[in-house]
Ligand binder design. Sequence first.
Ligand code: MRU
Length: 346
Amino acid sequence: MKRHIRFFPEEQVITLLDQRYLPEQEKWFVCRRLRDVIEAMQNMVVRGAPALGVVAAYACCLSAATMDSGNPEWQKELDQKLDRLANSRPTAVNLVHVVSKMREVWKSDADIKLQDLLWLWVRVAKELHAEDVSTNKAIGAYGVELMEEGDSVMTHCNAGALATGGYGTALGVFRAAKSEGMELHAIANETRPFLQGARLTAYELVQDGISVSVACDNAAGYLMSKGSVDKVLVGADRITLNGDTVNKIGTYSLALLAYYHQIPFYVAAPSSTFDRHLVQGEEVPIEERPHKEVSRIGEHKIVPPGVGVFNYAFDITPNNLISGIVTEKGVLRTPYTASIKDTIFS
Ligand code: MRU
């Protein structure tokens, strides 16, 4: 997979492979100011919790680059911009973590000049990006140990290179398997309404020569009942201290189906997806997105006028349905409160 997030520090420009047009067209979305980045995040040009974190780091640089250093209020205005950035999508915790990290770097030198801050942030942002990719590779290596030759592994949404700085969390496991010569077959659930599975997961796996089929979301139960699914492996947008996992809407239903059919259900996520401030899943803010994403397909209305729509972007999978959480530090097992405390926050 080619790099989908590109940052040009000399020009202070971020270019993003526009995920709204995939797989049909490869178009690039250009961000020169913070508002372009926020628009890109909210309209799904770029999405996926770790990818939002990486883009947020570069967005801090754009924010600093477009400030006027002669403005005596620049610190206050920059602080406000960081707040806007951190709140641009509410569920993915990586966004909040990255903005906090960049703020911490800034505030550790109270007298820093704007220009020096900019170049300090450029360095930190590039490091965060590289770290995200190496973290994913470590997740991939641990994840492969849970797989067996020839497994058909169902995944939901897109937890791949496109959802991260590169390589992917759940899809990183497929990539790691391939590089070790292990054959896995991916079943990508289409993932209504934005179709991240059909459009994005299939796009990136097929590019890397990994076997993949797409299934309608509502086929999961039947596929499991007829023995077509050996494992389920998904990503995460936020994991609370007890292991409850918030991920793309539909993940909870899959976990229940997997439990009934006695199929292992794994989550793959980096440490940065864990929220040390929240104890259980119900505390996580669940994003509600525009109704038109559900009521229309392209230009076509598929729901009669005046009919209500639910468009929750995420749901909560309780920890007792999860067989293991694959992180860059190893595979966590139940009881998650203890394993998360010992491994992630020790
Ligand atoms: O709404 P999205 O596409 O930003 O949703 C986030 C996701 O990509 C998924 O929930 C994914 O499984 C976790 S992020 C690696």
